[in-house]
Each structure stands twice: as structure tokens, then as C-alpha cells.
Design a binder for this molecule. Structure first.
Ligand SMILES: Cc1cc2nc3c(=O)[nH]c(=O)nc-3n(C[C@H](O)[C@H](O)[C@H](O)COP(=O)(O)OP(=O)(O)OC[C@H]3O[C@@H](n4cnc5c(N)ncnc54)[C@H](O)[C@@H]3O)c2cc1C
Length: 552
């Protein structure tokens, strides 16, 4: 898997454009006063970056070389820059403006678990810092070292541990190496008729180990579960040796060590392998589009679906602002599409009494046998109908399904044109979701007003559970000046995060803590909770060599 570009998301040659989307330019001009017809700015050239010499003693270099079976550790400047950070908005803004922060001094790519253990031993012996690196898609600052770090920093890239090792067909469990990227992992499983079913938006550029280390969620989590549900056992190279848990369906062995590894963000060791649930590739799979008259109707329908016997694979509903954005990103419609769309609008307004300004777009997915899918569609259709919604067929859902991995490129497009956009996501019980939504709206728009800027805020509900769901907010604005961009971004992002905490929600449903969200951890899990985490990290890693400063 080639590394992502050093200044933005994804691969060279792939980008997002407004040119084939006639509604987007006018939408952005109206909502955030952004003119996308002006020439875009570009990141500084790599050649113009000032890259400090690595700090790597001859002894540590030799020890790493020996740990890697004679292969040379990399001090290549591009390698070091790519491994310095993830892809949060703060990361992208700073990279593009040549603010590189504290780079790792050396990047190593061990080939197996023994080499991982030998690298860790070499790092500990030299009192170096070691930061595990998966796909580098972290959005919460969980990869970057402190500017003050004086010790040598080793970035341990796990991407060479990329194999599906075995599938236990009877137990429906697969042993998979932690460095496997989403597409490669699915390709290997699909070849044997299986799927993991974990599809985060960052799927193309993130790894199994990264998912586990951040407690990730994929868009089909309603059916497959989050990575915490999917992960039955782990193997982790720790300072005290190899940690191995057993792939049993449930165990009563005291506090769960497996759970301690989930979300550990590299602070307990390097995950080398996991045993995960796999399922047969479903015979039938479809995502249908629905429209609801209002956000409250959509929310209530999702809650009722979760409480019903229906087992959808995806439940997602956008608020009116996100619905408007989705419509603005549609490609130029054909004459037939225009006629259909006009007919639908007339029908919605005249026959169903919809106000098109407040209607909400929803996607609900179904998987399984043909019969199961048909039965689920019927069950969900009844619930949707009870809340005033209607099905608009499979084409919008198919388009969403095809395009979902392209959306991460939008942030780079907006940055090229001088706007900042990012996301904050949370989870709360069903009974609190409306309050969380309203509190975030007030907080974000309050921050925009204080800054004197025109900002956009949109939201969708996804990942439904028995007791609640995830709310995923996206915010965007044009800063008053490029120099004030990150300061203004902090103001808005902090207001949203604080609103989560104030309204009884969690600081993050699936992006982890890193450094971006650490400020709200104590409010979320209480002071004794933070003390327990500190004791865990200090006990496992007394020298604070493993990705220090993250989470707490
Ligand atoms: C545009 C975009 C969209 C995203 N969409 C989603 C989404 O839909 N769902 C979701 O859950 N997340 C999403 N994320 C967040 C991110 O993709 C996840 O946090 C992902 O799980 C990180 O995986 P990674 O392999 O890239 O890990 P990295 O970013 O490389 O690392 C993340 C953390 O895990 C640690 N780590 C990585 N590998 C290991 C290992 N083998 N052993 C120990 N520690 C390790 C690192 O040290 C670091 O602390 C998104 C991010 C972006 C930028």
C-alpha cells in the first residue's frame, strides 16, 4: 500500500472537484462565502520544507538494523514527514504550510512479530520513543510526538504484517496480521468467501491494528458490530513480553485485558495480530434511500428501527443541512433525472405536505439472503411510513455506497480554496440525542457568531444500538484570515466537544482520544477513571517510551 500524500488525504491523482457538480459552487458561496472559481492555493513544495537531521545514534541504528534482520531503517525525509502525523484538519493545515512539528528520526518496517519484538527491545534499551503506525489516518492527533521530545523517535510501521493467516470456518474466526489495510484484508477474506464487514470511511488507508488501537466503527456496524465487537483476541508486543489473549466467545477472567488493548493508541505495545469475527459474504446487499419530513421524524424512525425486530446493516439519517449539502454535490443531472426530480418535489410538497427546506435524507442498508432482505425492507418500510417517510429507491443508496470512500478528499479541496472543514462525532442514549443535537447547534453557531464568521454545521445519525446512536457533525467555514485559521477552528471544535460533554454524550464515538480530545477525558470518565488509565500505562510502560502523551 503506497503511503498517503504528505500534505493531505489519499493518493496522488485522486481529488475532489466542484466542476462536475453545478450546485456546489453556488451552495458554498451562499453558505460560507467561499468562491471556488478563484485559483486554488497549493501546499508548499516538498523541496522547500526544512527537514532537520535525524537524531539516531550509531548504536541504536545498528541495533535496529540487527532487529530487522539486516534491513536498513529508513531516515528518508519523505518517509519521516509522512510518519510524523495523521490526517486531522490541524495536521493538514500545518503540513500544507510547512509547519512539520517533531518528526520521527527513523522509520522501521518489521516483517514479523519477532522483528517487532526486537525493534521494541532496541528502542527500550536506548530509551527511545516508539510510535506504532498503521495507515496514518488518525484524526485525533494520536501519532504526533511532542515538540519537546528530546529522545530519539522510532516510527514502527506495521504495514508489512498484512496477511490473513487462517480462517477457522467452524467458529467463523480469522487470524489476521495487524498491518493489513482494509481493501487488502477484504480481498484476502473475500477470496475464501468471507468478509470482516468493517468499512470505516477511511477504509482504503487504515489498518486492522489501527482500527483496534482506536476503537473504530465501520458504516455497517449495525449488522457486524464495531471493531471492539469484532475483535475476539489480540497479540501485542509489550515491554514485558508478548501479550496473548484467547479467542473465546466470552470469558470471566477479571477486567478484560482484550478491552484494555482496544483503544490503547499505541500506549501499551504493538498489536501484531488479532482474531476477528468473519461472516459469509451476503447473497444480497442493498442500501435504500428514504426521505423524512423533518429531522425529528428521521430520528424517531431510527430509534424505532433499533427497537424493532428489523436488523438493518446501515441506519443513517442526515439533518436538513446535510441533506441540502448532499443535493448540492450531485453531478449534472440528465434531462430525465431533472424531470423525475421535479415530479418528486411536486409530489412531496403537494401530496405529502413536505417542506423541502426541512426534509431529511436517509440511507438504510440490508444484507443477507434474498428472503431476509425482502422481509427486513418490509418491516423497516412500515416504521418509516409511520414517521411520514417514504422510500426513494436504490439509486441514491448505490451512489452513496460507491462514493463513500471519496468523501475524505473534500477537506483538501476546501483547504485549496481557503475553507476549513472537519468533523466531531459522539454517542448518547436515544433519550438524549435531541438535546445533544440542540446543544451542539447552539454552541457551534454561538462560536461562529463570536468570531463574526458565517459557518456551516450539519449532522447525521449513524451506528444505531439498543440504547442509543452516534451523532456525526461536520462543520465548515472560511476563516477571517489564513493566519487565524487554526485559532478559529479551535474555538468552533472546542465549543462542539464541550457541548457533547455538557449534554451527557461522550467525547468521541469512534475517533479515539489522541491529543485532540484528551482535554475532555476526565469529564467523560471521571478522575478515578483517568487515574486507572494512568496506572495502566505507567505499569506497562514505566519509561514512557510507547507513544507518550496520548489519551491522558
Ligand atoms: C477522512 C477520515 C475518515 C475517517 N473515517 C472513520 C470512520 O468512518 N470510522 C472510524 O472509526 N474512524 C475513521 N477515521 C479515523 C481513523 O481512520 C481511525 O482512527 C483508524 O482506525 C486509524 O487506523 P490507522 O491504521 O490509520 O491507524 P494510525 O492512524 O496509523 O494510528 C492510530 C493510532 O493507533 C496506533 N496504532 C496503529 N497501529 C497500531 C498497532 N498495530 N499496534 C498498536 N497501536 C497501533 C497508533 O500509534 C495511533 O495511536 C477517519 C479518519 C479520516 C482522516
Amino acid at each position: 500500500m503506497p503511503a498517503m500524500r504528505w500534505w493531505g488525504w489519499g493518493q496522488d491523482g485522486v481529488s475532489f472537484t466542484h466542476e462536475d457538480k453545478p450546485g456546489l459552487g453556488p451552495f458554498l458561496r451562499k453558505q460560507i462565502e467561499l468562491d471556488v472559481t478563484r485559483a486554488p492555493s497549493r501546499p508548499v513544495a516538498f523541496e522547500d520544507l526544512r527537514i532537520p537531521e535525524p537524531s539516531l545514534s550509531p548504536d541504536l541504528r545498528a541495533a535496529l538494523e540487527s532487529a530487522l534482520g539486516g534491513a536498513r531503517p529508513s531516515t528518508d525525509p519523505l518517509d519521516r514527514v509522512v510518519h510524523a502525523r495523521g490526517k486531522s484538519l490541524r495536521d493538514l493545515v500545518r503540513q500544507r504550510s510547512s509547519d512539520l512539528g517533531r518528526l520521527p528520526d527513523v522509520v522501521v518496517r518489521p516483517r514479523d512479530e519477532d522483528e517487532v519484538a526486537a525493534v521494541l527491545r532496541a528502542a527500550l534499551d536506548a530509551d527511545a520513543v516508539l510510535i506504532p503506525f498503521g495507515g496514518g489516518s488518525s484524526i485525533s492527533g494520536s501519532l504526533e510526538a511532542s515538540e519537546q521530545e528530546q529522545r530519539t523517535i522510532v516510527s514502527l510501521d506495521v504495514s508489512r504484517l498484512s496477511r490473513v493467516l487462517a480462517v477457522d470456518e467452524v467458529s467463523r474466526l480469522a487470524r489476521i496480521q495487524a498491518g493489513a489495510f482494509g481493501p487488502d484484508l477484504e480481498r484476502q477474506l473475500n477470496a475464501q468467501g468471507w468478509t470482516l464487514g468493517h468499512f470505516p470511511d477511511s477504509f482504503t488507508h487504515s489498518t486492522l491494528g489501527g482500527w483496534i488501537a482506536t476503537r473504530s466503527s465501520g458504516m455497517q456496524s449495525d449488522r457486524y458490530g464495531d471493531i471492539g465487537d469484532l475483535t475476539r483476541a489480540v497479540r501485542v508486543v509489550t515491554p514485558a513480553g508478548l501479550l496473548v489473549t484467547r479467542p473465546v466467545p466470552h470469558t470471566s477472567t477479571g477486567p478484560s485485558v482484550r478491552e484494555m488493548v482496544l483503544g490503547s493508541e499505541g500506549r501499551l505495545g504493538v498489536i501484531t495480530e488479532a482474531t476477528v469475527h468473519v461472516r459469509r459474504i451476503p447473497a444480497s446487499r442493498t442500501i435504500l434511500g428514504y426521505l423524512f419530513p423533518t429531522w425529528a421524524d428521521g430520528l424517531a424512525a431510527m430509534r424505532d428501527i433499533a427497537a424493532s425486530e428489523a436488523s438493518a446493516s446501515v441506519t443513517r439519517v442526515s439533518d436538513a443541512a446535510e441533506t441540502a449539502f448532499s443535493f448540492a454535490t450531485r453531478k449534472k443531472p440528465s434531462v430525465l433525472d431533472r424531470i423525475k426530480s421535479a415530479a418528486l418535489t411536486t409530489y412531496l410538497q403537494r401530496r405529502r405536505g413536505f417542506d423541502v427546506e426541512s426534509m431529511c435524507l436517509s440511507f438504510i442498508g440490508y444484507e443477507g439472503s434474498e428472503r431476509h432482505v425482502a422481509a427486513q425492507r418490509k418491516l423497516v418500510g412500515r416504521i418509516v411510513g409511520r414517521h411520514g417517510g417514504l422510500c426513494i429507491g436504490s439509486s441514491p443508496g448505490a451512489l452513496y455506497d460507491q462514493k463513500k470512500f471519496d468523501t475524505p478528499y473534500i477537506r483538501d479541496f476546501l483547504l485549496d480554496h481557503g475553507a476549513l472543514a472537519d468533523v466531531s462525532e459522539t454517542a448518547a442514549p436515544w433519550s438524549r440525542l435531541s438535546t445533544v443535537y440542540d446543544t451542539v447547534q447552539a454552541a457551534a453557531h454561538g462560536a461562529y457568531d463570536e468570531l463574526g464568521i458565517r459557518g456551516y454545521l450539519m449532522c447525521h445519525l449513524s451506528h444505531s444500538y439498543h440504547a442509543g446512536a452516534c451523532l456525526y457533525f461536520t462543520f465548515a467555514f472560511k476563516p477571517t484570515s489564513p493566519e487565524h485559521g487554526l485559532q478559529e477552528y479551535d474555538r468552533v471544535k472546542s465549543a462542539i466537544q464541550q457541548a457533547f460533554i455538557d449534554s451527557g454524550a461522550t467525547l468521541s464515538h469512534h475517533h479515539g482520544v489522541g491529543t485532540e480530545h484528551a482535554e475532555w477525558l476526565e469529564a467523560d470518565i471521571s478522575a478515578p477513571g483517568v487515574a486507572m488509565l494512568n496506572a495502566l500505562f505507567d505499569g506497562v510502560d514505566p519509561g514512557a517510551n510507547l507513544n507518550p502523551g496520548k489519551i491522558v
